[in-house]
Ligand binder design. Structure first.
Ligand SMILES: [Zn+2]
Ligand SMILES: [Zn+2]
Ligand SMILES: [Zn+2]
Ligand SMILES: [Zn+2]
Length: 263
């Protein structure tokens, strides 16, 4: 490694760009094409196999063929592990797709995919149409307040609170920081209210139940909101219902599996 470093322009033998020994910046063009299995086109990760015709293939294809032959051309002579490519793959580190959202993870390709499925820096998107702002929950709350002038209500699960159906409001759980908002739109003779949970794409599946009540108690509903649910469920409040002129509704959100602290 030291000899290679010696020949590298701008390489710092002692401290690399990230302040660690032996690190320096390189650019690899067409990495996807270069390091994909020639048989199945998936990204390679060690162990890696190769035949004399330079068909570099993955362990999954190797196991499928099963008799020490190349998955591309069937050649058995000179077929075996390619330790150089394995070594190379084992030492390349990728940045997380959430690097722009302050994730500092640097991992081999196959580990990075697992990391990204649970990366806690995964952003959530601003619910305002065409805005496109994405960030972590804390920054999204202040974005909605400052940029779109939304109100913020902090609440506890299982406790009733009042909100206005006519004012754009972000509800943030004091228990775990989850974000919700009350979507309201005209529907025939009434106003339709629907609770939306705003979560990152890689969030674990979680079910919430919420109740909406109008002050007149003439209507109330309990709706189960599960992630991945396509059907839109909503409470329809007639425009002329007494007590709803100011748009006030009583809200209670419950999180499936949430344990209330004993008082
Ligand atoms: Zn393969
Ligand atoms: Zn081959
Ligand atoms: Zn990450
Ligand atoms: Zn926005």
């Amino acid at each position: 490694m030291a000899d290679i470093m010696h020949d590298m322009p701008h390489a710092n033998k002692e401290l690399g760009e990230h302040g660690r020994t032996g690190e320096f910046s390189v650019r690899i063009d067409d990495y996807d094409r270069l390091f994909t299995c020639k048989a199945c086109r998936r990204m390679l990760s060690p162990p890696v196999y190769q035949c004399p015709f330079a068909h570099v293939t993955c362990s999954r294809c190797h196991e499928e063929v099963g008799d020490n032959r190349c998955s591309c051309c069937g050649s058995g002579n000179g077929y075996g592990r390619n330790r150089v490519v394995e070594e190379f793959l084992g030492r390349i580190r990728f940045s997380c797709r959430n690097k722009v959202h302050a994730c500092e993870a640097f991992l081999p390709h196959h580990e990075m995919r697992e990391h990204e499925q649970t990366c806690r820096h995964e952003p959530i998107f601003c619910p305002v149409p065409q805005c496109g702002f994405a960030s972590r929950a804390v920054a999204l709350t202040s974005h909605l307040t400052l940029r779109h002038h939304w109100d913020t209500i902090r609440f506890h699960y299982d406790e009733n609170f009042r909100a206005s159906a006519f004012t754009s409001t972000i509800f943030q759980s004091r228990d775990d920081g989850e974000l919700f908002f009350l979507d309201s739109f005209s529907e025939g003779r009434g106003i339709a209210l629907s609770m939306i949970c705003i979560r990152p794409e890689n969030a674990r599946e979680q079910e919430f139940v919420y109740e909406l009540k109008t002050p007149s108690t003439a209507r109330n509903t309990s709706l189960r909101h599960g992630l991945g649910e396509k059907e839109k469920v909503f409470l329809l409040v007639p425009k002329d219902l007494p007590g709803t002129e100011d748009g006030n509704v009583e809200v209670c959100i419950r999180k499936f599996g949430h344990q209330r602290d004993s008082v």
